[in-house]
Write a new protein. Structure first.
Length: 551
């Protein structure tokens, strides 16, 4: 039996899967008892078993959903005359309950109701005397229909595969609504769009009838007027459920796409690759290394702290059984240390297929390194820049090879002022310096990618997401406390934050892609305009070359 608990106990889970609607419900006057059913992800073998049994391929977005949560239930009530009255219900059946819709003739016995005769639209499919009956499509035995939601007895939301051929796996599906009069109504072409509809309509009674010609019942309309759905309008019957003018911009894929889309490396990379990676002793870096180790890779941890690096080394070996994990010490703020580290790699390693630059410090007071650079710029940008360039020849001889640099969405707040490198014209407060360094990360990565065209080495930058790590350890205590409190509910874990970097480093889909910026959900997006300025990139790269080579 599913474990239904108060949404406050699982606020982080509920916020992610309901796209924040739980907060809206909890703040609505009269709304009480918002309850979310926490469920474990479905096993991949159960999805495969379902597909084999029903000779249908689950759409990718629905598969991603099930790999995040095996079904979905959120209910809420209202308080009337001191009594708690159940009202809203949002539900998606589990894989086990995604059953074929029974289609005996007796069920579809109303005159001119869907007779399952064929799959075409009827020109005159209305019941005699019924002005509001729609021209319904007829689904016959060639269709495969599965129940997603029983709608509390007021109808059925179904996953429909049309025009299926016996013995042939069906692939294309749509979401349809079968009302209580047994008429079919098209809802959406994808599960993602339907999920958005369900969430934004708050699970109000009969909300699906807003997409029929006759609309919800008078009582349902009264409830809708009291608890206005986020996208309700006066002309719902004319609304296009797939139109941007009607839907808001909520993106359900961000709620469940990350964990479902497991990066799949090419076999030749999964067992034999040396990984040079910066700042891997904790946080995101440790989970990147852990993933690589599970793939059978030879992993080199590049860490500043010997104690933390040793602890990470031990943990990775114990969890993966991979003994080919090695620790090397490096201080990225010191160019001499970077050169010494690179020298050791070049002397001892025969190949380097993947380099992940995962350095990030923020909130430091003004500190100038012995090389004359701001500490944050040296650690976050100049050190990794030098290391990457020193290892390029080895990577060119190890092709195909990939360079992944962790940047941040905060690069959009950054500015380019080359005096920043030396600690001039900087405001040392919170993440202001950090934002500048992350902008330089993307700019120089893009220029590096241009210079590496045709070599077999690619270079991309990635945003890991807003992650609970120690990057803010230098912030004031009250700021760290507040971020920790908020982050517990809304931020990603370091393990989740590692997904986009792993995807760029090993996924077949990213093979050959270079000079791009990836968001935390593994999607390719445009960085800020400054990061796309080709002339600025050339200048920035050349200045960084001069600064790191003359010392």
């Amino acid at each position: 039996m599913e474990d239904i608990k108060d949404s406050l106990a699982f606020k982080g889970v509920a916020e992610r899967l309901t796209l924040g609607i739980t907060r809206i419900l909890e703040n609505m006057p009269g709304v009480v008892d918002v309850r979310f059913a926490e469920r474990e992800p479905a096993e991949k073998r159960s999805l495969l078993s379902w597909e084999q049994k029903n000779t249908c391929i689950l759409p990718e977005d629905l598969r991603d959903f099930y790999l995040t949560t095996d079904g979905f239930t959120l209910t809420w009530s209202v308080k009337l005359d001191n009594e708690c009255v159940p009202l809203g219900c949002m539900m998606v059946n589990s894989v086990a309950r995604l059953c074929p819709l029974l289609q005996p003739v007796s069920i579809f016995s109303l005159p001119n109701a869907p007779s399952l005769a064929d799959l075409d639209w009827e020109e005159n499919g209305t019941e005699s005397g019924s002005e509001h009956a729609p021209a319904a499509p007829h689904f016959d035995s060639r269709s495969r229909i599965f129940e997603l939601d029983s709608c509390g007895g007021s109808g059925k939301v179904c996953l429909v595969y049309k025009n299926c051929t016996p013995g042939v796996v069906a692939q294309k599906s749509e979401i349809w609504f079968l009302d209580r009069s047994l008429y079919w109504h098209f809802l959406t072409a994808t599960f993602t769009s339907y999920y958005r509809l369900m969430i934004t309509h708050l699970g109000l009674p009969e909300w699906q009838y807003a997409f029929t010609q006759y609309g919800p019942s008078p009582q349902a309309k009264q409830w809708a007027s009291l608890y206005q759905p986020l996208t309700f309008s006066s002309d719902l019957s004319l609304a296009d459920p797939a139109g941007d003018s009607y839907l808001n911009k909520l993106d359900p894929t961000k709620a469940f796409k990350g964990k479902a889309k497991v990066p799949a490396p090419k076999k030749k990379q999964s067992a034999q690759c040396n990984l040079g990676s910066t700042a891997k002793s904790q946080g995101i870096g440790k989970f990147i290394a852990l993933d690589f180790a599970r793939r059978g890779a030879r992993v080199i941890l590049a860490c500043r702290s010997e104690s933390r690096g040793t602890a990470a080394l031990k943990e990775i070996k114990e969890k993966t059984g991979n003994s080919d994990i090695h620790l090397r010490l490096v201080d990225l703020s010191s160019l001499d240390s970077v050169r010494e580290f690179a020298k050791g790699i070049l002397e001892d390693e025969k190949a380097l297929h993947i380099l992940v630059n995962n350095a990030g410090v923020s909130g430091l007071p003004r500190q100038i390194t012995k090389d004359g650079f701001d500490m944050c710029f040296a650690t976050n940008h100049l050190g990794p820049f030098l290391l990457t360039n020193l290892l390029l020849d080895l990577m060119k001889h190890s092709t195909p090879a990939r360079i992944v640099t962790l940047s941040s969405v905060n690069h959009k707040k950054g500015q380019v002022d080359f005096s920043h490198f030396h600690g001039e014209n900087l405001t040392y407060y919170m993440d202001k310096v950090y934002n500048h360094t992350k902008l330089h990360n993307i700019i120089c990565t893009n220029e590096l990618a241009r210079r590496l065209q045709g070599t077999g080495v690619t270079a991309n930058s990635v945003h890991p997401g807003v992650v609970m790590t120690e990057v803010m350890r230098h912030y004031p205590f009250i700021v760290r406390f507040l971020f920790s409190l908020i982050g517990f509910f809304f931020f990603k874990s370091p393990e989740e934050g590692a997904v986009s970097s792993i995807y760029c480093a090993v996924a077949e889909e990213t093979e050959g892609i270079t000079g791009k910026y990836f968001d935390s959900d593994c999607s390719m997006v445009l960085p800020a305009p400054l990061a796309r300025d080709a002339a600025l990139a050339v200048k920035d790269f050349e200045i960084c070359e001069r600064l790191t080579s003359k010392l």
